[in-house]
Design a protein around this ligand. Structure first.
Ligand code: AFP
Length: 342
């Protein structure tokens, strides 16, 4: 799976990789390349804080609450500002949107705008920060739709099918950046000794058969019959199927990454806990759509239980969706159970 470069010829930095990818697009302007490069730079900055988290004042929460009603952690704010500041002035973006902010984040008037749109979840798995459990950053890049100077909400409300690029950073045993521009999924590992992301996982494909399933069993009593029976299928408690191993970190990026490399399914179904949240917890634009893009590029599939996540037309910035993502055969099995039993 990962190939340790033995000579300088094999050292593939993310810049070189993105530039090589760009060769496939003769009209490319280099704008996407530098945007991806600055997201990698933001990742290095965030990683330099996560790796020293216990030693610096970065653990713990601020006294603020975000649009999701969640307490804003100090690292959430640091990551949110780092990504915004690295991208608000370079003339590549029409507009940004962050999971931490109610409204879109316009480009300051003093700076030029560009043709791309960046949506991001600065820290996914914030509840795990203080317990030193894997966390991540998720990003999505679209082409702007509006022709006006400053971009707007309609530039952000695009279906996953229209993504130009997407990816995530994983701050864990090592720091990784996994991305796709629609030509396969590639993983880079940060080498702290040189401060560079180097290619470690080329052209990732979800292996078969699957090995893992990831769900918060603590909500079983709020699940529909279809979801309960699907879970029993994964546990090998039905006539068909074999027991898979159960793993749940509570950070979508961490659970998704494991299942991407080892085969498996992560699901966060809608449940009856909160009538205010009939569609579950996860955010379509900041979490589900970008990972669905990566997953489909790696041969997998992502669904809301009824349709492909990539085909869902967003209505609001913070809309939520049930999510079933990973090995195609398992996600289709989930759709089957839901179709039959609800
Ligand atoms: P936080 O960023 O608030 O920790 O939420 C993380 C998350 O969005 C996703 O990363 C996890 O898979 C999921 O929520 C965990 O939710 P539960 O704690 O309800 O299982």
């Amino acid at each position: 799976m990962s190939s340790i470069p033995t000579s300088h010829e094999q050292i593939m930095t993310i810049e070189r990789h993105i530039l090589q990818e760009q060769e496939g697009y003769p009209d490319a302007t280099g704008m996407l390349t530098s945007l991806l490069y600055d997201i990698a730079l933001a990742g290095k900055f965030i990683a330099s804080n996560t790796t020293r988290a216990g030693l610096s004042e970065i653990l713990g929460s601020t006294d603020e609450y975000n649009v999701q009603g969640e307490q804003v952690m100090k690292l959430d704010r640091l990551a949110d500002q780092a990504i915004y500041r690295l991208n608000d002035h370079a003339g590549r973006l029409a507009v940004l949107a962050s999971e931490e902010h109610e409204d879109i984040l316009p480009i300051p008037d003093k700076y030029p705008t560009g043709k791309y749109v960046l949506l991001y979840d600065p820290i996914d798995g914030s509840a795990n920060i203080d317990y030193n459990v894997s966390i991540g950053t998720i990003f999505s890049i679209y082409q702007r739709k509006t022709q006006t100077d400053r971009g707007g909400i309609e530039d952000c409300l695009q279906p996953g099918r229209d993504l130009i690029a997407a990816g995530y950073l994983l701050y864990s045993v090592s720091t990784m950046l996994v991305y796709s521009t629609g030509a396969g999924v590639h993983g880079f590992t940060l080498d702290p000794s040189i401060g560079e992301f180097l290619l470690s996982h080329h052209n990732i494909r979800i292996p078969e058969p699957a090995n893992y399933f990831s769900v918060n069993h603590g909500y079983t009593k709020y699940w529909s019959q279809g979801i309960r029976h699907f879970t029993e299928y994964l546990e090998g408690l039905t006539d068909e199927g074999r027991p898979l191993s159960d793993r749940y970190i509570g950070s979508l990026v961490g659970d998704f990454h494991r299942n991407l490399l080892a085969g498996g399914i992560f699901y966060y179904p809608a449940d009856s806990r909160d009538p205010e949240k009939p569609s579950g917890k996860l955010r379509l634009l900041y979490e589900a759509a970008p990972l669905a893009f990566i997953c489909s590029q790696a041969g997998g599939y992502a669904s809301n239980g009824y349709m492909d996540i990539l085909d869902i037309q967003p209505d609001t910035l913070h809309q939520r969706t049930p999510l079933f993502i990973g090995s195609r055969d398992l996600v289709e099995k989930a759709e089957q159970y839901i179709r039959i039993e609800g």
